[in-house]
Design a binder for this molecule. Structure first.
Ligand code: GLN
Length: 381
């Protein structure tokens, strides 16, 4: 049987490749982004309780109402802005499904979508599947990945349908400043461009910085989807639960696709998280928690051969190995896994033309013990 692939150039995601290799060689896995510790027992108990109290049938399509109300409350508390629980918030099967569904809802053949590279690896195939054209803008390591808004402006034209941003940024750990967001707001003013703002690491932000959500800028908010994740925030990446928020006119289109994509997602988990979110400290304490881990990790490897700029957000730290070897980053990451027992993510896979800047991404969402073991290996290299 012959069939033409819809994604001829797509290979297995690097996250599965590196985690697979780490498992095979029993390496310490700082590659794929997930914690090696458990979610809070209180949350697990709340989800079990929901399952034992009858939350086992379909939730409403937009999601369990109590959860949507809890999400709306969070936006009021943190960003002093409102999304209506009834028609401006939808709970999704992870941020990944939210992103897929947003792109599928709005992107038609030949629509252009601006993305910033290095980019999270799901954006491009999602656009291509819908016949859209990716317009990549490469952020430069020499500028510490700062966006050149003039360059963005030059790439906007009548075909531009969407701009995807991601702050705190995976894989670099940079964050967008208020100035960045204002630039984006002014560039998209009076256009029909939709902004997809991937904010899954919003609760992991360090050194006293603040997260400048797209919802904080009224004109930008009117054209944006804000995408968020419970899996990242509550240490349970396998639960596949996230959500997105947008003004009603955008959300009503989103839901047309969402209903035939997943209809709704796992109900007891939604109820459990709704109860858990009644305590804002469960997400407010996350930055402090992860900043300690980042500091521990960087302190342990400060005399190693790796160079770094401390991550400002996310639970990823980029390490520059150019003083150690000239090897291609994919080869080096694989060799570190197979021969030295530590797995990371080579960054070239996220860049335009796979530019190799000799940097690797390490996930520090790990127990202190794991970070110490990892550092012992990194210090020997
Ligand atoms: N978001 C995770 C990361 O960046 C990976 C998610 C996945 O493997 N699909 O590591």
């Amino acid at each position: 049987m012959h069939h033409e692939s819809k994604l001829p150039n797509v290979k297995t995601t690097i996250f599965s490749v590196m985690s697979g290799l780490a498992n095979k060689h029993r390496a310490i896995n700082l590659s794929q982004g997930f914690p090696d510790f458990d979610s809070d027992q209180t949350l697990i108990d709340l989800v079990s309780k929901a399952m034992n109290s009858g939350y086992n049938h379909y939730a409403p399509m937009h999601g369990n109402l109590e959860l949507r109300e809890a999400i709306a409350k969070k936006f009021e508390l943190l960003y002093n802005t409102s999304y209506h629980p009834e028609n401006e918030i939808t709970v999704t099967a992870g941020a990944t499904q939210a992103i897929f569904t947003i792109i599928t809802t709005f992107i038609k053949p030949n629509d252009e979508v601006i993305i910033f590279k290095p980019a999270y690896d799901s954006y491009e195939p999602n656009v291509e599947l819908n016949g859209g054209k990716v317009v990549p803008i490469q952020l430069k390591v020499a500028n510490n990945f700062k966006v050149d808004w003039e360059e963005v402006s030059r790439n906007i034209n009548s075909q531009t349908k969407m701009i995807i941003i991601n702050s705190p940024h995976n894989p670099t750990g940079i964050i967008f400043s208020k100035e960045d967001m204002l630039q984006l707001e002014s560039l998209t003013k009076n256009t029909d461009i939709i902004v997809l703002s991937d904010e899954v690491y919003e609760h992991m932000i360090y050194d006293g910085e603040t997260h400048h959500s797209a919802c904080l800028f009224p004109d930008l908010k009117s054209r944006s989807f804000v995408v968020a994740s419970f899996c990242k925030t509550f240490h349970n990446t396998g639960w596949r639960i996230g959500y997105c928020c947008a003004p009603k006119v955008l959300m009503q289109e989103f839901i047309k696709v969402h209903q035939f994509n997943v209809f709704c997602i796992h109900h007891p988990t939604q109820k459990g998280i709704a109860d858990y979110m009644q305590e804002p400290k469960h997400y407010l304490e996350l930055s402090g928690f992860y900043q300690k881990k980042r500091n521990l990790f960087l302190n342990l490897i400060k005399d190693s051969g790796f160079k770094f700029i401390p991550s400002k957000g996310t639970y990823f730290q980029v390490l520059d190995y150019s003083d150690i070897t000239k090897e291609y980053d994919v080869d080096f990451a694989k060799r570190l896994t197979v021969e030295l027992g530590i797995a990371s993510i080579p960054m070239s896979v996220f860049n335009c033309n796979n530019i190799d800047n000799k940097v690797l991404r390490f996930c520090f969402a790990k127990t202190d013990d794991t970070l110490q073991k990892a550092a012992r290996i990194l210090n020997r290299i």
